[in-house]
Design a protein around this ligand. Sequence first.
Ligand code: HEM
Length: 423
Amino acid sequence: MNAAHDPAAPPELFTWEFATDPYPAYAWLREHAPVHRTRLPSGVEAWLVTRYADARQALADQRLSKNPAHHDEPAHAKGKTGIPGERKAELMTHLLNIDPPDHTRLRRLVSKAFTPRRVAEFAPRVQELTDRLIDGFATKGEADLIHEFAFPLPIYAICDMLGVPAEDQDDFRDWAGQMIRHGGGPRGGVARAVKRMRAYLVDLIHRKREDLGDDLISGLIRASDHGEHLTENEAAAMAFILLFAGFETTVNLIGNGVYALLGNPGERARLQASLAAGETGLLATGVEELLRYDGPVELATWRFATEPLTVGGQRIEPGDPVLVVLAAADRDPERFDDPDTLDLGRSDNQHLGYGHGIHYCLGAPLARLEGQTALATLLTRLPDLRLAADPDELRWRGGLIMRGLRTLPVEFTPEKADATSPL
Ligand code: HEM
């Protein structure tokens, strides 16, 4: 929102300026039009829900379906809206696009793999990956933290968890790169990458059937072989959503998180002092605060009214798309004291960065593990990390759902070659 904005008129949304700092526009909407109908850049009209209380209610409201078939103008008729159902790809019948009872059945199958206890077993591997990636640039004195660190870490972590063999993981890195570069929009590069990923996943499921391991894909195959009614397509879609939901989000948790810390030197110093003292409490509350303050998921995924309902006093008609603006809700002064201030020790912090209700982020324990490991290791190994660009020159990705930087150039005192991890 520019300085000359007329306070009586709604701010302009979805411009480059808005992508850089959407928070003033969200503050305006929360105050003046908390449930606001807008035309998205794709041409689709949707309701934006910006207050915390309304957002929580909408996220848990079963009258808001996740199934795009409930959209009054079926998106696939147009083919270019960015709504998931428009590409009739089989991989799209996953957790984020389905309702109970299918959602309940499929989520139960994978939830065991994501309990905090199971995820904690994965901690040494995440630490090893983190160290290896930092080894790759620590002696150079400069890096693009998105490209060299935030981007590969979650891809390798999820591939390991799923059971994608090490020799195939770079293919995943390439496909994921194509998906993220095109901002998740319905362009050719994305469709091609998704197609390759699906072909690979279906083939991998066949191969694993012959040689089951203790990875997640083997677990899904066992479940389907034991009468859990999981079709092969559902197994492939599940693997895909785990990759897709767990990848760009974590990239942005690390990217937005480091950026926020670099812009708040007092909080960063507080965290570094606490890490140096061997404490982990501030790291844990700090990662939650970074999710609240500038989280990776700006808008929750699409929801569609299945019957008339009222949100924040606004009537919503059946078929209307509803987008809950998590980034706006998490800065609502009605819910958070001093919401525009980063306070890593914030204790009353029930943010919506992982969503709420039955679609609450399944991977939250893994995301926490990756976020905490990445930030703690970076700040400990490269203690004088600093931004190597003017903040005004940094570019944010223009996609609708996610909020994240395209690049994050940093510099630091290089590690001596013999100080790096032997891994
Ligand atoms: C910091 C990182 C992450 C953030 C901020 C995040 C955020 C979210 C949010 C907001 C939702 C709900 C969306 C909605 O209701 O519209 C969600 C759902 C989901 N997330 Fe995450 N996520 C993260 C990492 C991960 C990871 C690492 C995984 C798994 C590997 C994962 C898997 C999922 C899945 C499967 C769902 C769908 C759950 C369902 O529909 O039942 N996420 N996530």
